[in-house]
Design a protein around this ligand. Structure first.
Ligand SMILES: [Zn+2]
Ligand SMILES: [Zn+2]
Length: 1268
């Protein structure tokens, strides 16, 4: 000790005690490290050497007292955050470094600095990794470019990062720059001299030796590295393959390195380095077509040669861009390449280099096709484009390139997905997992990587994917502290690649979906370790056939020329399904509506001629229903940046990607039913699809025979499902005050705007990812019924036995149940139920008229929806009114007429609850109805399969079609079904002052219902006391129950809703229904009374004459004539006018005659005028405001003075331009009484004649076909 201190004379006490500590530390940690023993003298030498180095690096004459030496075990145990230590930095240098590091990556902090020093021995680990070892333990050590000479040497680390690992006692030292070797005596390994090198074989000679097989021959090989495979562990053997090439002729030769002592070479060799490997033997690889290659032996040595030393000096490759800036001093002479890399120094010239290098194909040097970079040489590409269609799937070929860049984002560590340079994706999944995960800020150099363009629209269009032949090297460790990655699953995603033969495009897709699912479903609905299995299940559902994944053959992939691997070909489907969470889905729904342009499109055709009142009424309600698709897929970073930005450059191909939703089906408002209807996106009428991001109402139907029906099995509740084909619906309610069509762009006229967004789908498009207990029971029963044991089905439902874990097994409670058949369900409404708790008196409620079949039973455990037992069904039937209030209202979407349910009340054994006795609130009044059953808030209803004996009873006898309704003479209360063809909001009742009123509530609607015959009926629906029902959309089939059938004064039939009326969506219309081909009708047939009235038909005929034509500029506010830009009404100060026109003609088709009415946009077509002529006519009419022309006798007259405009119009109307053959689509005008005719009086001389004349057939033209 004294001897040691004597070497450093003139030190202060503090320094002396620091020195003592250092000496003690070195002696202990280096002296008693495994496989090392130090004499006192050697310890002294090492300590002195260490201090000299420290002084040198610290660069002041004082000792760095703020630093302390730290043992490896202490580092691993104590250091919980990532950090950096650099002895050479002054405070200012450190500040500059922080600034520089943080400026490169937004939102990232530089690693915090610590004042710690590390010493130890560098040793090779089991799988070829470097480990820093001292007496206390060892730690993995990563180095940018280690040298073979460091191994086993005592070293001092002046500059390093430490990255702790999630797992305890794990961590990683990132060595920045070279370590300082402490024992110079052994340190300077001499490079092989010229003489020795001259004995070495070049690649070409060695390749020749492989062919002439000689036992026991040892080869010394010298060549340029062209590929380094990752270290692979395959069935107990660990190895990597190094491919060397001849710099002159690009011939390549693989070297298999399997010797444990040589595995760490994989760290030292880089592409384009010149290496000299000794004592190689020839061996045969069984797995690889019996081919022979060179193999490292235990005596083999690796020497990295400076390019100048190479016997085959050539260098077509310039050494890679590395900074000459070094901190550490290194005593032994090496190529600059192996020296320290500064993380921040990047010279301008390097920068340009990086850019030009980016994304260029690795240029093949010679025309020799043997190099691996040339599977796609120029000639091949010319002949064959990169896209191949393989059995209907678009396959692309990838290019093999080299790339260097900086990691800018870790997309998914689990899936091995990263972003480089902010625009290029990197996928590492096809290589074994790396010891050190990449961090944001790492500089990378990748050789032989596959470049894929748009393999998956959810990821950046440019993707780099490494295979076993690719060489990835981190050239600079990131200076940034990245957030600790969440603990990834047990690498289940990459395992999919191995097990399931998933193609790369599908792998990328599933990785993206896994990440999304993790956000939206974990931990509430899914366990973290099952996400991957769920994503895999979705993939199987959506992709009929999995992409042609092949079994991977490691040797072929690494060794074969030309190179092929699973990444050589890939599918590129820009319209692959897109997974969205509920929140994204809702925002997509709302973005559909709103703008002035979209308002304009709502008013087509003929919007320009609408008066103010008509215009605003038309805008009051509108809807958009379209298949769930999204046009522009946002890339992952756009996702994070918030709103979607416009992608410039070669964006993904435009088109519609179908959306896929995953969530749990729930009853509406399971938490708070009374107020659900106030929530924008839920409705007590519908089920909900829910995930962690939100919930959305769903109108669901069930397939039934070849149609759909409204029934929805309660077993769906709680199932985790994937919905494949949805219709996204947004209903828009607008209170507006637009004076005219021209003002639509001005949002100021909108006084209130409100949306309702929901989804529509059929349960056949819903796929169960994880069933509820009830669904599992249901499916089992279904299978039992079919008498089939479909093993495949079984597998489909079970998902790693996970359903038991997901659902609480709370069915062990006693309960009572009764079976109920619903006869009729009433509509939901706010009723004054007299419930004592509700002060306001209005409660959301509905009632069901039902039969209780059999007695109430006690159960030891919840029977849920299990098969009905004999004891439950006896002939004793009790009719009851089942009353649902407040929270119980949530069962509304589950209950349907003619279905069987089991009511379960748990935690009780009191069967009298279900006996149908008088409810307490009814006891005060005298009872004339059936007894009532008030549903408790914790009761559950389970849909039961319909036993056969009941089936006949359950066919509804009185459900009518629209035609039957029209023809029926007796019915007062009606149940009928039809297709909604038109829906109009009746404005007068928008504000009822109701406590729950909202736009969209308190509405009165007029629905036009029709059936296949084309006959229709108007239904007036009063929603002022009811929550708003979604799904009342044109095209949907509705089931209307308990409506009142009425006759109008003119004898027409219409229906009114009653407080008990209920509307149910029973079949979803196509979102874009094909126009039904209207039948060609003879006018004579049309005039027949009865049957064929109300029909829409096509008429082919001739225009006989124009009976009437009116063109008007009318005030948009008061409908008065608008003359010379002023309203003619004295009280009106309106400045906006609309141009309106009507015409009536006589049409004749050889079988009969009809009067046909035309309105605005069709009048122009009838008159055969061009747009410009039409506008000219409008201008000419400005002066007088109105012109009316009608026929008298054979000519046309005008009520005002004859002028040129009149003359023009009358000659036009009698010309062959108008009186021509036409094909029209017409609708009979409502409420005309052709059948009865009209009594008319004629006078001839003195005599009066009374006669009943048939009125001419009155039609309204809806469409003019091209002239026939
Ligand atoms: Zn490959
Ligand atoms: Zn006016």
């Amino acid at each position: 000790m004294e001897e040691f201190l004597d070497r450093f004379p003139g030190r202060s006490d503090a320094e002396r005690s620091w020195l003592k500590e250092v000496f003690g530390f070195v002696k202990h940690q280096l002296g008693s490290a495994p496989d090392a023993s130090l004499t006192e003298e050697a310890a002294l030498d090492l300590s002195v050497s260490l201090l000299r180095r420290i002084e040198e690096i610290h660069n002041t004459c004082t000792l760095p007292l703020s630093y302390r030496l730290l043992s490896v075990s202490e580092l691993v145990a104590r250091q919980k955050v990532a950090c950096v230590s650099n002895l050479s930095w002054s405070t200012n240098q450190h500040k500059a470094w922080v600034k520089e590091a943080e400026s490169q990556q937004a939102h990232h902090k530089a690693l915090p600095r610590v004042h710690l020093l590390l010493i130890g021995y560098l040793r090779a680990g089991r799988a070829g990794e470097l480990r820093l070892t001292d007496a206390s333990g060892d730690v993995t050590c990563e180095c940018v470019s280690p040298s073979p000479q460091w191994l086993g040497q005592p070293v001092f680390l002046p500059h390093w990062n430490y990255i702790p690992h999630n797992a305890p006692h794990m961590g990683l030292v990132e060595l920045i720059g070279s370590p300082v070797l402490l024992s110079p005596c052994q340190g300077l390994a001499v490079h092989p001299g010229g003489a020795e090198l001259s004995k070495a074989d070049g690649v070409k000679e060695a390749a020749a030796r492989l062919l002439t097989r000689c036992q026991g021959v040892r080869v010394q090989l010298c060549g340029v590295v062209c590929s380094v495979s990752p270290v692979l562990e395959v069935s107990d053997s660990t190895f990597f393959i190094l491919i060397l090439k001849d710099p002159q002729n690009s011939q390549t030769l693989p070297v298999l390195v399997q010797e444990t002592s040589c595995l760490w070479w994989s760290q030292c060799v880089f592409v384009d380095q010149c290496v000299y490997v000794t004592v190689l033997r020839v061996c045969v690889v069984r797995g690889w077509k019996g081919n022979r290659l060179l193999c490292a032996t235990s005596k083999s040595k690796l020497h990295i040669l400076p390019h100048a030393l190479s016997p085959h000096t050539h260098t077509t490759h310039t050494p890679n861009t590395l900074s000459p800036h070094t901190h550490a001093t290194n005593t032994h002479t090496q190529d600059t390449e192996t020296h320290t890399l500064s993380p921040h120094a990047q010279t301008p010239e390097q920068h340009t280099d990086t850019q030009t290098l980016s994304l260029q194909t690795h240029t093949p040097q010679q025309q020799n096709t043997e190099t691996f970079t040339q599977p796609l040489d120029a000639t091949e590409q010319k002949v064959e484009p990169n896209v191949i269609i393989q059995s209907g799937v678009r396959m692309k070929r990838s290019k093999v390139i080299s790339y260097q860049g900086v990691v800018t984002e870790v997309l998914s560590e689990e899936a091995g997905l990263y972003m480089i340079d902010g625009e290029v994706g990197l996928c590492l999944a096809h290589q074994p997992p790396r010891r050190r995960g990449l961090r944001t800020g790492d500089h990378l150099q990748i050789h032989g990587v596959h470049f894929l363009y748009q393999p998956c629209p959810d990821l950046p269009p440019s993707m780099l994917c490494v295979c076993l032949r690719s060489t990835l090297r981190v050239t600079t460790f990131s200076p940034l502290a990245t957030p600790e990655p969440g603990s990834p699953g047990p690498l289940s995603l990459p395992r999919l690649l191995l097990k399931q033969d998933v193609g790369v495009s599908q792998y990328l897709w599933i990785s993206h979906v896994t990440k999304q699912l993790r956000c939206s479903l974990v931990p509430r609905w899914l366990k973290a370790n099952t996400v991957c299995a769920v994503a895999w299940r979705i993939l199987q559902l959506l992709f009929k056939r999995t992409e042609g994944g092949r079994r991977r053959d490691i040797y072929t992939e690494i060794l074969e020329d030309p190179h092929t691997c699973p990444l050589s070909q890939y599918t590129a489907d820009p319209l692959v399904c897109e997974y969205v969470c509920v929140r994204e889905c809702l925002s997509a729904l709302e973005s559909q509506c709103g703008s002035g342009a979209s308002l304009r499109s709502l008013l087509l055709p003929g919007g320009a001629s609408l008066s103010k009142a008509q215009l605003n009424q038309r805008l009051a309600w509108s809807h958009s229903a379209r298949p769930g698709t999204r046009t522009r897929p946002p890339t992952p970073h756009q996702d994070q940046a918030g709103p979607q930005k416009d992608q410039s450059g070669p964006g993904p191909t435009r088109g519609q990607r179908p959306l896929v939703l995953v969530g749990v089906l729930e009853l509406p408002g399971q938490t708070d039913a009374a107020h659900t209807s106030l929530h924008t996106h839920t409705s007590p009428h519908t089920l909900q699809l829910r995930d962690g991001s939100g919930r959305v109402a769903c109108v669901v139907t069930e397939p039934h025979e070849d149609r759909q029906r409204a029934v929805f099995n309660s077993a769906w509740i709680g199932c985790l499902v994937c919905v494949k084909r949805v219709t996204m619906v947004t209903e828009q309610f607008l209170q507006s005050d637009f004076p005219s069509y021209t003002h639509l762009e001005q949002d100021g006229y909108i006084t209130h705007k409100h949306y309702r967004s929901y989804l529509q789908f059929c349960s056949s498009d819903v796929h169960i990812l994880s069933p509820s207990v009830a669904m599992a029971t249901h499916l089992q029963a279904e299978r039992a019924k079919r008498g089939e044991e479909e093993e495949r089905e079984e597998k489909r439902v079970k998902l790693d036995g996970e359903e038991e874990e997901r659902l609480p097994s709370s069915c062990q409670h006693p309960c009572v149940s009764v079976v109920m058949r619903v006869e009729q369900k009433e509509g939901l409404s706010w009723r004054n139920t007299g419930a004592e708790r509700e002060e306001a008196g209005l409660t959301l409620s509905f009632q069901v008229r039902a039969e209780l079949i059999g007695p109430a039973l006690k159960w030891g455990k919840d029977p849920k929806n299990s098969l009905v037992t004999g004891a439950e069904m006896d002939s004793h039937v009790t009719k009851v009114q089942v009353v649902y209030q407040s929270r119980a209202v949530r069962w509304f979407p589950v209950l349907h007429s003619n279905c069987l349910y089991r009511i379960v009340v748990s935690n009780t054994q009191d069967t009298s609850l279900l006996s149908g006795k008088v409810a307490p609130w009814q006891s005060k009044v005298e009872l004339h109805t059936d007894p009532a059953l008030q549903v408790g808030s914790d009761w559950t209803f389970h849909t039961l399969a319909l036993p056969n004996l009941l089936h006949s009873q359950c066919l509804s006898p009185n459900l009518m079609s629209v035609s039957e309704l029209l023809d029926s003479s007796s019915a007062e209360m009606v149940w009928f079904q039809g297709v909604l063809s038109e829906r109009i909001s009746l404005l007068e009742n928008t504000n009822t002052g109701h406590a729950h009123s909202d736009v969209g509530e308190g509405l009165k609607l007029r629905l036009t219902m029709c059936d296949q015959s084309g006959r229709s009926v108007h239904v007036y629906l009063d929603l002022s006391r009811a929550p708003y029902p979604p799904g009342l959309l044109p095209g949907n089939t509705l089931l209307l129950s308990a409506f009142q059938r009425r006759l109008s004064r003119s004898g027409g039939v219409y229906c009114n809703s009653l407080p008990v009326s209920c509307v149910t969506v029973s079949q979803l219309g196509d979102s874009s229904p094909p126009q039904p081909s209207t039948p060609l009708v003879h006018l004579m047939d049309w005039m027949q009374p009865g049957e064929k009235r109300c029909i829409v038909g096509q008429v082919k005929g001739h225009v006989v004459c124009v009976l009437y034509l009116q063109l008007t500029w009318s005030c948009s506010l008061c409908d008065s004539t608008f003359i010379q830009s002023r309203c003619s009404s004295p009280q009106c100060y309106s400045t906006t006018a609309v141009f309106q026109s009507t015409a009536k003609i006589i049409m004749e088709d050889g079988t009969g005659e009809a009067q046909v009415w035309f309105s605005c946009p069709l009048v122009r077509l009838l008159l055969g005028l061009a747009d410009s002529q039409w506008e000219e006519l409008q201008r000419a009419l400005r002066v007088r405001g109105r012109i009316r022309v009608y026929s008298r006798g054979r000519g046309l007259v005008c009520e005002e003075d004859s002028d040129c405009l009149l003359q023009y119009l009358s000659s036009l109307c009698s010309s062959s331009t108008v009186c021509r053959s036409l094909t029209l689509t017409c609708r009979a005008r409502a409420h005309t009484q052709q059948a009865e005719g009209e009594a008319r009086r004629f006078t001839r001389g003195e005599t009066d004649f009374m006669t009943r004349m048939l009125l001419p057939l009155q039609l309204t033209c809806t469409h003019i076909e091209a002239d026939s």
